[in-house]
Design a protein around this ligand. Structure first.
Ligand code: ADP
Ligand code: ZN
Length: 434
């Protein structure tokens, strides 16, 4: 099932032609209306009318988060505020927030792109969709809300938090599709257990999860506990919000809405394109945005293009799960590690849960990283010997899989902070505080 079959299954050459035309008009829009780009283009001798191939995109300058912060709040808008109908901001997880704007057309397109993602993830007009993402400056809640309405679903704007109410709504309103962060999905699963609510008696069918890094093993756990099919979806406020990319029910990578976004994967250090299929930083250019167009935005998110075509019939290429953000990467004794890699190991070791955090500290001249993890309830009540064996098992696996010697500490079940609103923070870096 497609929401927009004409575009989602377009032949590649036709799609690329469309991308080129849209890129040309985006470039002329920003060079006319955004001083930042006009100055840069002039300095770099770039004439937007002389773009004949998509490869020319490499001649364009990157836009980085710092450029957005410097233009706070409206410096990069390409339309006057009179034409803006909505403002959002990034959650500021990595610094000063960034304000983004949308025209009426932008909101309309955004809604239909989210409707595509929902359709790809199994939702349709008969569904009752519970959106347990924050409604507010964060793009997640409103983005999914408008998309689900455009699709014709019955939308419950539950917003984030208030878990008791969430589980009651899920039961009473007979929610069929759940939209939230993956960590909150697990939190809801715990909450259902605590309230002795039988998950089999609920009506859940599909879950669309995103906004933070998660693993394949975590998908397995969410699917088993909530009895639904879980798909991954990706978006970011600087580019639009949710609706940039999402998985179909084949669950093998997220189709990027390429008729609206041009993607590149570059080496995060050199900025040069990587070989097809190799891991690198995702760079996105918007092709149809009116109020807040972005040229070659460095997302900071690491992923790769999955080679080949998907069985679902969509021709848009897929990106792999996000491995992490370039700025979340931990360098421990010279080895690069992402929290998501730690998570993958933990989920493979029996007796642990995906509730963990990595605490990094400097002892003398050396970095020390300790993984704090909650064991399962039954393991927690095991003997001291049992605990020691588990700790050793985790240590061995982390060392062999990631090449770093981690300390491991078991903490009491449910003792690590849960986020019922917003995103989980997996890393506590005490090196910065000192
Ligand atoms: P902030 O940068 O303040 O968190 P956003 O709310 O716009 O602002 O978050 C966008 C970021 O969230 C992305 O750049 C990415 O790092 C992360 N993200 C979004 N979706 C996913 C996903 N499916 N998997 C992993 N990370 C994701
Ligand atoms: Zn597919």
């Amino acid at each position: 099932m497609y929401f927009d079959p004409k575009f989602e299954t377009m032949e590649r050459d036709e799609l690329e032609q469309l991308q080129l035309e849209r890129l040309q008009s985006t470039l002329s829009r920003v060079s006319r209306n955004v001083p930042h780009y006009r100055t840069l283009f002039a300095k770099m001798d770039i004439d937007p009318d002389e773009f004949y191939s998509l490869d020319d995109v490499r001649r364009l300058p990157f836009t980085v988060k710092e450029d957005l912060r410097e233009s706070y709040p409206y410096g990069l808008f390409a339309v006057p505020l009179r034409e803006v109908v909505r403002l959002h901001a990034s959650s500021g997880a990595t610094g000063k927030p960034v304000v983004v704007g949308y025209t009426q057309n932008d909101v309309r397109k955004w809604s239909s792109l989210v409707a595509r993602i929902l359709t790809a993830g199994g939702a349709g007009r008969d569904d009752v969709v519970q959106i347990a993402l924050g409604y507010g400056l964060f793009t997640g809640g409103f983005g999914f809300h408008y998309g689900a309405e455009a699709l014709g679903c019955a939308v419950i704007p539950a917003s984030s938090g208030n878990t008791g109410r969430q589980t009651a709504i899920m039961q009473d309103y007979r929610t069929t599709v759940l939209v939230c962060t993956p960590s909150y999905a697990l939190y809801l699963a715990d909450a259902l257990d605590e309230r002795n609510i039988n998950v089999n008696a609920l009506s859940l069918r599909h879950g669309l999860f995103g906004a933070e890094v998660w693993s394949e093993a975590m998908r397995g756990e969410i699917e088993a506990r909530l009895k639904l099919t879980a798909t991954n979806n990706y978006g970011l406020s600087e580019i639009m919000g949710p609706g940039v990319a999402g998985e179909c029910l084949h669950k093998c990578g997220m189709h990027v809405n390429e008729d609206h976004f041009l993607m590149e994967i570059v080496d995060p250090v050199s900025g040069e394109p990587v070989k097809d299929g190799d891991m690198g930083e995702l760079v996105l250019t918007t092709l149809t945005k009116e109020a807040f167009p972005m040229i070659r935005f460095r997302t900071g998110d690491l992923t790769r293009i999955i080679p080949g075509v998907c069985e679902c019939g969509r021709t848009h290429r897929r990106i792999d799960r996000i491995l992490g953000r370039t700025d979340d990467m931990l360098i421990i004794r010279g080895v690069n590690v992402f929290p998501s890699q730690v998570e993958r190991v933990l989920l493979e070791v029996e007796g642990t849960t995906p509730h963990y955090r990595v605490v990094v500290d400097r002892l003398g001249a050396l970095d020390e990283a300790v993984v704090e993890v909650e064991p399962t309830e039954s393991m927690f009540f095991d003997s001291i010997g049992g605990h020691q064996k588990l700790v050793e098992r985790i240590k061995r696996r982390l060392a062999s899989d990631l090449g770093v010697a981690f300390g491991v500490k078991l903490v009491e079940p449910k003792s690590l902070e849960r986020t019922t609103e917003g995103k989980v923070r997996r890393v506590v870096d005490k090196r910065e505080i000192k």
